[in-house]
Design a protein around this ligand. Sequence first.
Ligand SMILES: N[C@@H](CCC(=O)N[C@@H](CS)C(=O)NCC(=O)O)C(=O)O
Length: 213
Amino acid sequence: MYQLHCFAQSGNSFKIAFFLRALGQPYEPVFLDFMNGASRDPAWRESTNAMGEAPILEDGARRITQSGAILTYLAEKHGAFGGNTPEEKLEVLRWLLFDNHKFTSYFASYRFSKSFGPAAPDPAVMAWLKGRLEVAFDIANKHLAKTPFMVGGAPTIADFSMCGYAFYPEEENGLDLHTRYPHVGAWAQRMKALPGWVAPYELMPGDRILPKW
Ligand SMILES: N[C@@H](CCC(=O)N[C@@H](CS)C(=O)NCC(=O)O)C(=O)O
């Protein structure tokens, strides 16, 4: 059975947990106590992930990190959600890269700093991150005005990747993004309606922490 190293606050892990459920693949969650510094332990990095990140998928002797690589591996292995043609597969890769560089990345950084960082967020850093994430959301919103899912008419791993942080409580970011970017909001609802969807704090191990700042 697959093992997924994850923790409740991790939208990058949620991408994989949700995708495994959509594939109908059972998995065992392995709790990473990230919020108490487990991923900064040199021994953990040595033994488990030199990149110091969740998620990590174990498939027998194989260990894979980076959500985009994991999603691609699972889509190919199970022959689903990877895109139907070479052109679609290339489009899926383009959005996975956009997600990892900008859409998830800036938003996750903003939300973590706002709610869970070790110190009160620096307003200048937050303003910069907000500007960057808003550009990414605007790009996704314009794209989703023309198509129900990121690539073609059906969900692919590009969607599972981009929805990683879509279902956490709004109070953790305070930006009202699904109202301000309504096509993103409608797409998130379409993702939520897929078989296998469960809210992140119910799906992954670890206690919920209320926003600190
Ligand atoms: N591009 C990576 C990002 C993973 C990531 O940033 N995970 C967070 C938890 S949600 C993390 O472990 N961050 C630790 C760090 O940035 O040092 C992926 O998609 O897997």
